[in-house]
Structures are given as structure tokens and as C-alpha cells.
Design a protein around this ligand. Structure first.
Ligand code: NAG
Length: 177
């Protein structure tokens, strides 16, 4: 044992170094299983602080983004999520938009938001459209199917709207019309 342990260790070290390095490639998908991607993250990777989220400020609304570029766990094979937190002034609206690669669930935390989306009413007649519109209030959730053009407007009279958006893709895409 004593005679052979030194050369074995010398052979093993580069292998261990490679395994450690390859495990650090987060969140590389390619040949990694969902388990391997998930298991490479430490516990705190699964707790996401909005305080550290990227903030974009516009004249009448702001949005904090929790995205895979900053929080790679969001790109894990079995997570695939993108989160946004909007604070919208009364009467403000987002640009008409769609997300080609993900559906969107919007939790209304505060205020009331008019949320609409449009799709073909008759698949054989592309010009016949159906518009779904709801005023969604605090403790209600709006569902926006993948790829559909939608509008979000804060219709509260006094208080800002607070909306939490969850997309079922780390890269849902964002197309403004
Ligand atoms: C978890 O991993 C992140 C990123 O690699 C690191 O910044 C953080 O300090 C780690 N946290 C703990 C508790 O090990």
C-alpha cells in the first residue's frame, strides 16, 4: 500500500481537479443531467433576493428582474424561471408586448391591473381575433399564454400596483409591438 499510494495519488489529483472544475461550469447543460446541474448549487442559490435584482426605472413604473444571467439557478433544467417585480403608478401601462418562449403568470400583490391578451378566434381566419380582458385585483393571478400579444395597465385610482411576474422559461424573450 505504502509503495503504490504515491503514484496513484499523483494520477488522481488531475482527475479530481478536472471533476471540480467541470462541476463549476454552472449551469452548463449539454451533457449534464438535471441532477448534476441542480446539485452544483449551494443552498443559498435557491433563495433569491429582490434587493439584489437588476432595477430598471421608467417615468411611471419600475421593474426588478431576477434573471438567469445573474442567478444561474434560474436556468437549471428543472427550474427554467424568470421573475419580475413591477411597481406601476396609477394609470401607467407597459408597452404592448409578447414573450415567444414562455407563458407568464402575474400575481397582483397590490392595486388593480387591467390585463389583456389577444389570439386567433378562428384558426382558419387569421383576421378574426379574440381579446381576453380582465381587471385583476390584489390576491388574484392573471395567466398569459405563451407567445400572445398582451397589455398591462395599472387601473388603481390612488395606490401604485405591485405585480409579480413568473415566466416558465429562463429566456422567455421580449418583443415589443
Ligand atoms: C454559495 O455560492 C455563491 C456563488 O458561488 C457564493 O457567492 C456564496 O458565498 C455561497 N454561499 C455559501 C453559504 O456557501
Amino acid at each position: 500500500m505504502t509503495r503504490s499510494s504515491a503514484p496513484h495519488l499523483a494520477l488522481l489529483l488531475p482527475v479530481l481537479a478536472f471533476l471540480t472544475f467541470s462541476h463549476a461550469r454552472i449551469p452548463s447543460r449539454g451533457s449534464q443531467t438535471a441532477f448534476e446541474v441542480r446539485n452544483a448549487f449551494n443552498d443559498s442559490a435557491f433563495r433569491l433576493p429582490y434587493a439584489e435584482a437588476r432595477l430598471s426605472t421608467f417615468p411611471d413604473y419600475s421593474v426588478q428582474s431576477l434573471e438567469a444571467q445573474q442567478f444561474p439557478v434560474l436556468g437549471a433544467v428543472d427550474i427554467q424561471t424568470r421573475l419580475l417585480r413591477f411597481v406601476m403608478q396609477p394609470g401607467s401601462r407597459l408597452a404592448t408586448q409578447l414573450h415567444p418562449r414562455g407563458n407568464e403568470v402575474i400575481n397582483v400583490v397590490r392595486g388593480a391591473a387591467k390585463i389583456s391578451f389577444t389570439f386567433e378566434s378562428d384558426p382558419s381566419l387569421a383576421t378574426v381575433l379574440r381579446r381576453v380582458t380582465n381587471v385583476v385585483r390584489a390576491r388574484e393571478v392573471a395567466l398569459i399564454p405563451q407567445g400572445l400579444v398582451h397589455d398591462v395597465e395599472c387601473v388603481s385610482k390612488v395606490h401604485p400596483c405591485i405585480l409579480l411576474s413568473v415566466a416558465n422559461s429562463a429566456d422567455p424573450g421580449f418583443v415589443v409591438l
